[in-house]
Design a protein around this ligand. Structure first.
Ligand code: PFF
Length: 450
């Protein structure tokens, strides 16, 4: 077995780190998952709770993860064993590695779909609606036994390739170019979607709350899970990325910019999708296919739509790739340290296992669609539910408690760059009380939804 003699890497620059964290946050979660979860949970009421989760739970926990990572200079499990040896806090790290396996397993499946759509625009096949419309095409494709798995494989191979090359060259470089491009095209598409005739209804759905939805405990759990998923939070992805940061950098600004940017991406995606949903008479609660069915309809209406479709699915696949890389990196960083594997060996073995774990999620839509796991959900949705709505908030809860209670206050404040500022006190108060209590209340009140 090859012994690992490589030194731990570091980001080349502060900007590279922030962009990598942003690249991890911005992905399928902002477009595919945000749109259908918002649609299923009633629109504006969900959005308000989601924003509150980001502000009161998300941003403080991003800071907690960055602080732990940079201080410990180790992967998500190693960080806890280093900072608090022999204590049960390490459970957060173990949950994190498990979540990385589960999330990347189905993430690769959905990312594979985006690559298939990219090919459809490259060849012109999807420029106009296929027989039976885009909805039929989508369902036909994702429920077929072999094709989606091939695309999942291709996507996972690319993810492995980047993690294989390493933090600085692989992860840092890809993000710098593609993120700004994705932002620009999203804004153009949102602008166009607003001209389609469903703007009034779409915007009302997204921004005018139906108050009765606030009485639904399931909406809170969905919003909490979406906040964690979208911010890449609760599983140590940001601990891992923070661990490649040298101690010269200031953390709070980085945490704030990641959260703001991620939220902007999601809201703009909402402004792109919901007007079109109403313009084309699609049910906003129609589920996981929402983006894949609505967007092609937008492109088919647009001048140069084929070109925009091509560009959009390319950028979406790229955004998914930078998120997938961070998921794989969580597990790979752990295996490199724990088993003394080289980066190359760890990325190939772990990546391939995650690919295999994802295969049933893909098959569960077609050949294995009679299998349901959690509350009538198919395999992919069950994996998503368990990891995003349970494991991530639970991991976040432990992380908040660790930084709030398990670590010496003066040390935490110093390690976080807050120092003796008032903001640091507010941050600690949230980690000690507000975030844990909110997560617990949401868990307990929604337990019947599980
Ligand atoms: N935040 C990513 C997205 O919105 O697509 C998904 C994700 C990446 C979740 C990394 C968790 C994670 F650790």
């Amino acid at each position: 077995m090859s012994q690992n003699t490589e030194p731990r890497e570091q980001w080349a620059s502060r900007l590279g780190f922030i962009l990598a964290a942003m690249g991890s946050a911005v992905g399928l979660g902002n477009i595919w998952r945000f749109s259908y979860v918002t649609g299923e949970n009633g629109g504006a009421a969900f959005l308000i709770i989601y924003l509150l989760c980001i502000l009161l739970i998300g941003i403080p926990i991003i800071m907690a993860e960055f602080t732990i990572g940079r201080k410990a200079q180790s992967d998500t499990v190693g960080a806890f064993t280093k900072l608090a040896p022999g204590t049960p806090w390490v459970l957060a790290g173990i949950l994190g590695v498990a979540s990385a396996f589960i999330i990347l397993s189905f993430y690769g499946v959905v990312a594979g779909w985006t690559m298939r759509y990219f090919l459809g625009y490259l060849t012109g096949q999807l420029w106009s609606a296929p027989e039976g419309g885009y909805a039929d095409f989508f369902v036909g494709f994702i429920s077929s036994p072999v094709q989606p798995i091939l695309w999942q494989f291709i996507f996972m191979a690319l993810t492995i390739g980047i993690v294989f090359v390493g933090v600085k060259n692989g992860i840092e470089k890809t993000n710098k170019i593609l993120m700004p491009l994705l932002a620009i095209i999203l804004i153009i598409l949102a602008g166009y979607s607003l001209t389609l005739g469903g703007a009034a209804e779409g915007l009302a759905f997204l921004f005018t709350p139906d108050w009765s939805a606030f009485a639904e405990p399931g909406v809170y759990l969905a919003a909490l899970g979406q906040a964690f998923f979208s911010l890449s939070l609760g599983m140590g992805a940001l601990i891992t990325y923070g661990s490649y940061l040298s101690s010269k950098e200031k953390l709070p600004g980085a945490a704030g910019s990641v959260a703001v940017l991620d939220t902007l991406f999601a809201i703009i995606a909402g402004i792109m999708i919901f007007p079109a949903v109403f313009a084309f008479g699609i049910d906003p609660a129609s589920g996981a296919g929402l983006a894949f069915i609505t967007l092609p309809d937008i492109f088919a209406q647009m001048g140069l739509g084929g070109f925009f479709g091509l560009l959009f699915f390319f950028l979406l696949a790229a955004a998914a790739l930078s998120s997938a890389v961070s998921l794989l990196e969580v597990a790979v960083a752990y295996f490199i340290r724990k088993f003394d594997w080289t980066r190359k060996k760890a990325s190939i073995i772990v990546g391939f296992i995650i690919f295999l774990v994802g295969v049933p999620s893909s098959l569960g839509i077609g050949p294995l669609s009679n299998i349901t796991i959690v509350g009538g959900r198919d395999i992919l949705d069950s994996m998503d539910f368990i990891a995003s709505n349970i494991f991530l908030p639970l991991g976040g809860l432990i992380i908040a408690l660790f930084v709030g209670w398990g670590w010496k206050k003066t040390e935490v404040l110093e390690a976080s760059d807050f120092g003796s500022s008032g903001l640091g006190q507010v941050w600690l108060f949230i980690l000690r009380f507000v975030a844990p209590i909110a997560i617990l209340i949401i868990f307990i009140s929604s337990i019947r939804q599980w």
